[in-house]
Design a protein around this ligand. Structure first.
Ligand SMILES: [Zn+2]
Length: 427
C-alpha cells in the first residue's frame, strides 16, 4: 500500500500495491504461505473487532498462536499501515508491559454509497470504524431513471473521493447499498421495486464515470448491509463476540428490508435473496404492492403506510409522526398500532421458520420502537411456538441511522481484513 500517489491529478488512491512476484513454489510452501496469510487475517480481524486496544500477548492467547508468530504478523500489519501502536500498557496479563495495538485511522477506507427511495448518500469509513467524510442529498427516487440517479450519486461522491486522495487516504473499494435484490457477482440489480428498477447493470453505469473507472465497485442489499453494521455495533458496544450474534433484522424505510444473522454471519440464502420480509403477505385482499402482489407487509407497515395512516403526507419527515405519537395523537397511535400488528404477524412467521430468538428493529422502526414494541410482542407471544420457553426478545437497533451506508463501507473493509496480503509487505 502506498499513500503517495498522484493526488495532484485528484485521482483517487486506489487498491492494493501489486503483489510481489513469488518464485515457483512447491505445494508444501504454498500451503505454508496460505497458512501465513490466514494467520495474518486472523490477527488483523482480532485487532479490528476487539472492543478496546489489545496487546500481542493477548492476541496470542486469544487466537492460539505463539507470541513470536503474532509479533511477526503484527510487524507486517504495522508496515502495511493497517494497524498502529499506541502507548505501552503498564503491565500485561503475564506481568510484562505490552504495547497497545489498534486499527489504523485514516489510512485505508471503504467507500459506502447508498441509493434509497428518498435520499442518496456516501460515507468513507476507516479501519478504526470512524467516518472520515459523509455526504447526503435528499430526493425522490421512486420510479427513477437509473442512469440519472447514478449521475447524481457520482456528483455527490466525487468530491469525497477527491478529498480522500488529497489526504493520501487509500480507497479500498466501493459498495453500493440498494433496496432490492442483486444478481450475485454480476453488478446487476435484479429488482428494486420501490425504485422501479429491474435488470439494471448498476456497476457498469457507475464505471463510465470518474472516479469509479478506477475504484472496484460491488453491490449489496440495504438490509443485509445494515444488519452487518448492527452485528458489529452489538459486538463492540456490548463486548459480546460477533460469533455470539444471532438475530432477525428489520430495516423500516419506504420498503421493509430484512436480514438474518446467524452466529455473526449473514444467512443470505441460495442466491443472496433471503430476508424479503417486506413482501410477506398480511392480507391477500389488501392494497397492491410495488412488487406486483397484493397485501404485502410494506403496504401495512412501510414508511408511506405509517404516514398516510396518521393523516400525514408521504413527503413529510418521519419526525412528524414520532412527535405526533409522543403527543398521543390518536390517528398517529392507531397507525402505529396497525403497523405493529402487521409487523408482529410477519416477524412471528419468520421466527417460527428460521429459529432465532432475537428481533432487531432498525431504520425508521428504531425511532418508533417504544410505540411499536407492544403490538409486535403481543403477536410474537401469540404465534411463535418457542416463545413459551425461550427468551424471545424484540429490541431497537444500536446502530445510529445510516446503518446500510455504514454496512456498505464495512463490507469493503472486510475484504481487506479477509485478505490483507496484498496490503502488507511480504514477510
Ligand atoms: Zn410486495
Amino acid at each position: 500500500m502506498s499513500a503517495t500517489q498522484d493526488t495532484a491529478a485528484r485521482r483517487p488512491t486506489v487498491g492494493p500495491a501489486p503483489r510481489p512476484r513469488r518464485g515457483r513454489a512447491d505445494p508444501r510452501a504454498a500451503r505454508q504461505s496460505s497458512l501465513r496469510e490466514h494467520n495474518l487475517s486472523l490477527v488483523l480481524r482480532h485487532i479490528i473487532e476487539a472492543p478496546a486496544p489489545t496487546t500481542r500477548a493477548r492476541i496470542a492467547g486469544a487466537v492460539g498462536l505463539t507470541r513470536a508468530t503474532v509479533s511477526d504478523l503484527v510487524d507486517r500489519l504495522l508496515r502495511g499501515q493497517l494497524v498502529v501502536e499506541l502507548e505501552t500498557e503498564s503491565v500485561d496479563r503475564a506481568g510484562r508491559p505490552g504495547v497497545l495495538l489498534a486499527p489504523a485511522s485514516r489510512s485505508v477506507v471503504g467507500l459506502g454509497l447508498e441509493i434509497q427511495v428518498d435520499q442518496i448518500s456516501v460515507r468513507a469509513t476507516d479501519l478504526a470504524g470512524s467516518s472520515i467524510v459523509q455526504s447526503r442529498a435528499a430526493g425522490d427516487f421512486r420510479a427513477s431513471d437509473p442512469a440519472e440517479t447514478v449521475e447524481r450519486l457520482v456528483r455527490l461522491a466525487a468530491p469525497v473521493v477527491g478529498q480522500l486522495a488529497d489526504e493520501g487516504i487509500v480507497v479500498a473499494g466501493a459498495c453500493v447499498s440498494v433496496p432490492g435484490i442483486m444478481q450475485r457477482g454480476s453488478g446487476q440489480v435484479r429488482l428494486a421495486p420501490n425504485l422501479g428498477w429491474e435488470g439494471v447493470q448498476l456497476t457498469d453505469l457507475l464505471r463510465v464515470h470518474h472516479p469509479f473507472d478506477l475504484i472496484p465497485v460491488e453491490l449489496g442489499n440495504d438490509a443485509d448491509l445494515a444488519a452487518r453494521a448492527e452485528a458489529r455495533a452489538r459486538a463492540q458496544l456490548r463486548g459480546t463476540s460477533r460469533a455470539a450474534q444471532s438475530f432477525l433484522y428489520l430495516a423500516g424505510e419506504v420498503g421493509i428490508g430484512g436480514a438474518i444473522v446467524l452466529d455473526g454471519e449473514l444467512a443470505s440464502g441460495q442466491h443472496g435473496w433471503s430476508g424479503e420480509i417486506g413482501h410477506a403477505v398480511i392480507d391477500p385482499d389488501g392494497p397492491r404492492c410495488r412488487c406486483g402482489a397484493t397485501g404485502c407487509l410494506e403496504q401495512f407497515a412501510g414508511k408511506d403506510a405509517l404516514l398516510r395512516g396518521a393523516g400525514l403526507d408521504v413527503a413529510e419527515p418521519l419526525r412528524r409522526l414520532v412527535t405526533a405519537a409522543h403527543m398521543r395523537d390518536p390517528r398517529a397511535l392507531r397507525s402505529i398500532e396497525a403497523a405493529s400488528t402487521a409487523l408482529g404477524m410477519a416477524i412471528a412467521t419468520a421466527m417460527n421458520i428460521i429459529d432465532v430468538e432475537q428481533v432487531v428493529l432498525g431504520g425508521i422502526y428504531a425511532s418508533l420502537y417504544e410505540h411499536l414494541r407492544p403490538g409486535i410482542e403481543a403477536q410474537v407471544r401469540l404465534r411463535v411456538l418457542a416463545a413459551r420457553w425461550s427468551d424471545v426478545r424484540v429490541e431497537a437497533a444500536l446502530g445510529q441511522g445510516d446503518s446500510a451506508l455504514v454496512g456498505a463501507s464495512l463490507q469493503v473493509l472486510d475484504r481487506v481484513v479477509t485478505d490483507p496480503t496484498d496490503w502488507v509487505p511480504s514477510s
